[in-house]
Ligand binder design. Structure first.
Ligand SMILES: *Cc1c(COP(=O)(O)O)cnc(C)c1O
Length: 390
């Protein structure tokens, strides 16, 4: 896709971050999407339907579990776990997939397209499409289809067509380009379902809207259980969708610390610089040539050189803190949560658990921490087996 004719819309900005840096034909599609999102997000019938599927299909609300054994073992702050791992399909991604597909249905779309790297967003999208009887096309880098053969099969079982992308390096970025090309060609009947709080406006705002259910629930739950707000909310950050959803209802509560945990191997917010990637501006890791830098995290869902624009702004404005945890830290936290609580966390979520354990020790028993357990670790058990055997 040519990057000439850039049209820059001064909306969807978080400080200097966000916006929409896309060719003009795509901008028209995004403008229409923004209109429809604004129209339906406050529509009582739309909200009722969204809440219906959250409850009856995803299984919300999920609990805010007091991790009593872990708290006792660590000493210090009380640790609570927001249980996104208990959602249907095993992570937070389905909240957003259901929200967007309901919007797609309202817009008369018959075809859903998405791109996926590790396959988790592809699986959530294919699940939602099966539920709503929509045609589902998933673009995936050829290399990724080979590394994630089981997730490809999972998507196919759910009725999706997975298209391996051989262009470029056959990675996520190339799959994004193919999906955007498809959207421009087929926008009359096609909806692009984006999986994280990234991309051009209105996606970061829309994804936050559908993930905000996490903190809407946790705030109510912590007030019920503790009679006060938490000292801190901790979430892992890849693109940033589970973190922004976990933070959303606390952003205006100045006394609640918001802490995003990145993999030390892809420290976008801690070491990134402002740049435009994939159609929006954010803190990002770039190489000498200004290209997105290849990253490697043991948690596939955190392996992205950019991050959502709102996190970039929360970092620069000082409202949220961003720290790192190494793959080794995450691996230890993974095992600790298994043994103490009988919960197998996703390797992504294990980064947040690792930081919570560190922070809890520095605080007192009057402090309350909420860790967003973004997903379950069943998908990671074989990988952990390989790592621990070595
Ligand atoms: C995809 C994924 C993430 C990372 O994505 P965000 O948009 O940063 O939330 C984190 N945890 C799990 C379990 C995931 O599947």
């Amino acid at each position: 896709m040519s990057m000439e004719n850039l049209s820059v819309a001064r909306k969807g900005y978080f400080g200097e971050f966000g916006g929409s840096f896309v060719p003009e034909d795509l901008q028209g599609v995004l403008n229409e999407l923004e209109q429809q999102f604004l129209k339906y997000k406050d529509d009582p019938e739309f909200i009722e339907e969204y809440k219906y599927y959250l409850r009856e299909y995803i299984g919300r609300e999920n609990p805010l579990t007091f991790a009593e054994n872990l708290t006792k073992q660590i000493g210090g702050a009380k640790i609570y776990l927001k249980r996104e791992d208990l959602n249907h399909t095993g992570a937070h991604k389905i909240n957003n997939a259901i929200g967007q597909i309901l919007l797609a249905k309202r817009m008369g779309a018959k075809r859903i397209i998405a791109e996926t790297g590790a396959g988790q967003h592809g699986v959530a999208t294919a699940t939602a499409c099966a539920m709503f009887g929509m045609e589902c096309i998933i673009y995936m880098g050829k290399l990724d289809t080979e590394r994630q053969a089981l997730n490809v099969f999972r998507m196919e079982l759910l009725g999706a067509k997975v298209i391996p992308v051989t262009k470029g390096q056959g990675r996520l970025k190339d799959a994004v380009d193919e999906a955007l090309g498809d959207l421009v060609q087929n926008y009359q009947n096609t909806f692009y379902l984006l999986g994280s709080a990234v991309g051009p406006h209105p996606y970061p705002t829309m994804v936050k809207h559908f993930q905000a259910i996490i903190s809407e629930e946790s705030k109510r739950q912590v007030l019920e259980k503790e009679g006060k707000l938490p000292t801190a909310v901790i979430a892992c950050a890849g693109g940033g969708s589970n973190a922004i959803g976990a933070f959303a209802h606390y952003i205006d509560e100045e006394n609640v610390r918001l802490i995003g945990v990145e993999p030390a191997e892809a420290p976008t917010l801690t070491e990134g610089v402002p740049a435009v990637i994939h159609g929006f501006k954010c803190l990002t890791l770039i190489d000498e040539n200004g290209e997105p830098k290849p990253t490697y995290s043991i948690a596939a869902g955190l392996d992205y050189p950019g991050v959502g624009p709102e996190h970039s702004y929360l970092k620069e404005s000082g409202r949220a803190e961003y720290v790192t945890a190494t793959g080794q830290d995450a691996l230890e936290a993974f095992q600790l949560l298994c043994k103490t609580e009988g919960i197998i966390p996703a390797l992504e979520s294990s980064h947040a658990v690792a930081h919570a354990v560190k922070l809890a020790k520095e605080l007192s028993s009057d402090d309350v921490l909420i860790v967003n357990l973004s997903g379950r670790g069943d998908k990671d058990v074989e990988q952990v087996f390989q790592m621990l055997k070595k």
